[in-house]
Design a protein around this ligand. Structure first.
Ligand SMILES: Cc1ncc(COP(=O)(O)O)c(C=O)c1O
Length: 368
C-alpha cells in the first residue's frame, strides 16, 4: 500500500496531442517544448515518448538540456532562453544543443568561442513582447555577423515569440507578424535572394489559432500536454486530451452541523448538515493552496466542491450530495474529465502554473 496521491501520465494522450499538431501544421517542423520538467509531466519521460516523433526539443537552459542527454535523449535541443555564459557555447556545440541568440552579448559569446565544430543558432527578433530578442533595427548586423562566422551553421533560424496569441480578437499577433515579415524582408535584401531564411513563429496558441503563423518551425509546449492555452476554445483545441490526471483518495469522512467550520482559519462554514471528506493531497503535492472553496473535484464522475483552506497534505471537500461516498474512494483533482485550466481559474492562476508546480513528492505513473 502507498499514499494514493499520484500524477498519471498518459502516453496515448501525449502522442495524440502531438499528432493533432502535425495535422494542423503538416508543413512545419513541430518542436516539442519540454522545459520546466515538461510542464510538470517529467522531462525525460515525455521526451522518451516523443523522441521518435519530433525533430527536436526545446528547454529553457543548458541544465535542462543536459538532463535530457543524461536520460538518453539524442535529438537536438533548442535552448529557448539562450546561454548564460560564454563557456556554454562549447558545451552546446559538443552536445548538439541549438542556441537561441536573444541579444548582442550572446551573439558575441558565440562569435568569439573557440570551438571545433559549428553550432546551430536561432536569432530572436523582438516584435512586440519586449522581453527578449534583438530589436528589428539590429537584426541584419547580428544575423550577417553570425552567418559569416565559422562557429555558426549556415541555416540560422529567424524567430520571434507572441505575446497575445491566446487572446480572442487581439490584433497584436497580426502586428507582430507584420513586424517580423518586414524584418525578414530587409534581411533578405542583404542576402542572396536565393538564400532561404528558415523561420519560426508559433507557440501552442499560434499553432491552434493562427494558421498564418505556421512556418518552418513551430515551438509547442502547453498544447502537447493536452490543455488549451486559448482564451476561447476552438475546434482545434477541443481535439486535445489532457495528459496528466492528478488523483488521490478519501482518507476520512465526517458529518458536521450547520454553523460549524472546516480547516485552517475557519474560512468555510457549513450552511446545512454537511458530509465532509478529507482527501490526501495538498499544496505539498502540487494542488494550489490558493484554490478557493467551491473549486471542483471529481468523485465517481460527480463534482464535489472544495470546502475550506488547502493544507500542505490534505484538502477537505463537501460530499453531502455525492451518492455512496466511502473511505478510499478515488478523487480526481484534474485530468481529462476536469480540465486543469478550470481548477487554475478557481485558484487565480493558469493551467501552465498549476502543472509546472508539480513537485517531486508526487509520484508520476506512466499509463497507456
Ligand atoms: C520562446 C518560447 N517558445 C515556445 C514556448 C512554448 O509555449 P507554449 O507552451 O505556449 O506552447 C515558450 C514557452 O513559454 C517559449 O518561451
Amino acid at each position: 500500500m502507498s499514499r494514493p496521491t499520484k500524477a498519471l501520465i498518459s502516453k496515448k494522450a501525449l502522442c495524440h496531442n502531438y499528432q493533432v499538431a502535425q495535422e494542423l501544421a503538416p508543413n512545419s517542423n513541430n518542436l516539442a517544448v519540454v522545459k520546466a520538467n515538461a510542464y510538470g509531466h517529467g522531462a525525460v519521460v515525455v521526451a522518451s515518448i516523443l523522441e521518435a516523433l519530433v525533430p527536436a526539443f526545446g528547454v529553457a537552459c543548458i541544465e535542462e538540456a543536459l538532463e535530457l542527454r543524461a536520460g538518453g535523449i539524442q535529438k537536438p535541443v533548442l535552448l529557448l532562453e539562450g546561454i548564460f555564459s560564454s563557456d556554454e557555447v562549447e558545451l552546446a556545440a559538443n552536445n548538439n544543443f541549438w542556441i537561441m541568440v536573444d541579444n548582442s552579448q550572446q551573439a558575441e559569446w558565440v562569435l568569439n568561442a573557440n570551438i571545433s565544430k559549428p553550432v546551430k543558432v536561432w536569432l530572436k527578433v523582438d516584435t512586440g513582447m519586449h522581453r527578449l530578442g534583438v530589436q528589428p533595427k539590429f537584426v541584419n548586423e547580428i544575423y550577417l555577423a553570425l552567418r559569416a562566422s565559422d562557429n555558426v551553421n549556415n541555416d540560422i533560424v529567424l524567430t520571434t515569440h507572441f505575446s497575445s496569441a491566446d487572446e480572442h480578437g487581439s490584433g497584436e499577433t497580426a502586428n507582430q507578424m507584420a513586424i517580423f515579415d518586414k524584418t525578414k524582408a530587409s534581411l533578405q535584401d542583404c542576402l542572396d535572394q536565393a538564400d532561404n531564411i528558415p523561420c519560426s513563429l508559433a507557440n501552442s496558441a499560434g499553432l491552434l489559432a493562427h494558421p498564418k503563423s505556421h512556418l518552418d518551425w513551430n515551438r509547442i509546449g502547453f498544447m502537447l500536454y493536452g490543455n488549451s492555452p486559448l482564451e476561447r476554445e476552438n475546434e482545434a483545441s477541443k481535439r486535445l486530451i489532457p495528459v496528466m490526471t492528478l488523483k488521490s483518495a478519501i482518507i476520512s469522512i465526517r458529518e458536521i452541523s450547520a454553523g460549524q467550520s472546516v480547516g485552517y482559519n475557519q474560512t468555510w462554514t457549513a450552511s446545512r448538515t454537511t458530509k465532509i471528506a478529507t482527501v490526501a493531497i495538498g499544496y505539498g503535492d502540487g494542488y494550489p493552496r490558493s484554490a478557493k472553496s467551491g473549486t471542483p473535484t471529481l468523485i465517481n464522475g460527480q463534482i464535489a466542491p472544495l470546502a475550506g483552506r488547502v493544507s500542505m497534505d490534505m484538502i477537505t471537500i463537501d460530499v453531502t450530495d455525492i451518492t455512496d461516498v466511502k473511505l478510499g474512494d478515488k478523487v480526481i483533482l484534474w485530468g481529462p474529465e476536469l480540465p486543469v485550466n478550470e481548477v487554475a481559474k478557481c485558484s487565480f492562476t493558469i493551467g501552465y502554473e498549476a502543472l509546472t508546480r508539480m513537485p517531486k513528492r508526487t509520484p508520476s505513473v506512466l499509463v497507456d
